[in-house]
Design a binder for this molecule. Structure first.
Ligand code: CUA
Length: 321
């Protein structure tokens, strides 16, 4: 039952920022490789000479020129690496508060909150609250404001942007941008508890028209249940009787809590539980039956629901979508 989660390419940039990071990585790797080859070459040469003459090669002491070279050389290389790295970090700085007037305007603003162990994505100015899925328009600069509801997490979509720590009581900012429409994989990249490995998310880069369509759909209230759907009706009663509504929101209903993920459009998501299982009615049932078996330690309790109640809750959650 473990999901076949999509591959996680870290060296295939799909944004100008990710490309700049890869270029920096390759520059530093190139310099390091060159130094490695020179140093190991000299060691091999010393070994070869020592073997040939079966003695310790002649030792050199106190060559001032060589000593200066060995000291100044590395300093120059390190300063250069420091300079190109700092320059790149500064260009990626999306902090909007230091110089509001000179601020680079963002096409879209997003608020991402890390939770143990899932991601909450809000679209300021709208009602949209998503979980573990970030939708963005392609080719636009998105300023992401990040904070945490509990411990330190790290938001990382290697194909699109730098890593950024997500810290409680503090706001960090990054730019997110995608060159082409597609689905990009994200991970929590900071150990944040025993389910850190299941804190995955996906970024969907859409054409502008598709993005706007998605945004209006995602902001809409839950669909009403068909009167003939008795399972869904029974599921709705369980949802409110079993205190699901104390933690979750379903837009358009009395459930407005935000401790757990917003479930208004849960059936449309690719994965459940931060990537721990693929999303399907069957898997949603397995998850509801015993969340702790799938994601031990998560905040979703095991309500000891009967199979019948699980079936009805699944029918409800699938129908409100
Ligand atoms: Cu959140 Cu690791």
């Amino acid at each position: 039952m473990p999901p076949s989660f999509p591959s996680f390419p870290v060296l295939q940039p799909e944004s100008p920022e990710a490309q700049a990071i890869l270029d920096l990585f390759l520059s530093v790797l190139g310099i390091s490789a060159l130094i490695f080859v020179i140093v190991t070459g000299l060691i091999w040469r010393a070994i070869a000479v020592g073997r040939k003459y079966d003695r310790v090669p002649e030792q050199e002491f106190g060559s001032e020129r060589k000593e200066i070279f060995w000291m100044v050389g590395p300093v120059i290389i390190l300063l250069w690496i420091g300079a190109i790295t700092t320059k790149l970090i500064l260009t990626m700085d999306a902090i909007p508060l230091i110089h509001p007037a000179e601020d680079e305007p963002a096409d879209v603003e997003l608020l991402v909150t890390g939770h143990q162990w899932w991601w909450e994505i809000q679209y300021p100015g709208t009602d949209v609250v998503a979980a573990n899925e970030v939708h963005i328009p392609t080719g636009k600069k998105i300023r992401v404001r990040l904070t945490s509801a509990d411990v330190i997490h790290c938001f990382w979509v290697p194909q699109l942007a730098r890593k950024i720590d997500v810290i409680p009581g503090r706001e960090n900012y990054i730019w997110l941008e995608a060159n082409t429409p597609g689905v990009y994989q994200g991970r929590c990249a900071e150990f944040c508890g025993n389910q850190h490995a299941w804190m995955n998310f996906q970024v969907f880069a859409l054409d502008q028209a598709d993005y706007e369509k998605w945004l209006s759909g995602a902001g809409s209230a839950a669909a009403t249940i068909a009167a003939s759907d008795t399972d869904a009706e029974a599921g709705e009663k369980i949802f409110f009787a079993q205190t699901c509504s104390n933690c979750h929101t379903i837009k358009g209903t009395a459930a407005v809590a935000s401790i757990g993920p917003d479930l208004t459009h849960v059936a449309s998501r690719d994965f459940l539980a931060g990537g721990a299982i693929e999303n399907s009615p069957e898997n949603l049932g397995i998850w509801l039956k015993n969340p702790q078996a799938i994601k031990p330690g998560c905040n979703m309790p095991d309500f000891k629901l009967s199979d019948e109640h699980v079936k009805q809750l699944v029918a409800y959650l699938e129908s409100v979508n």
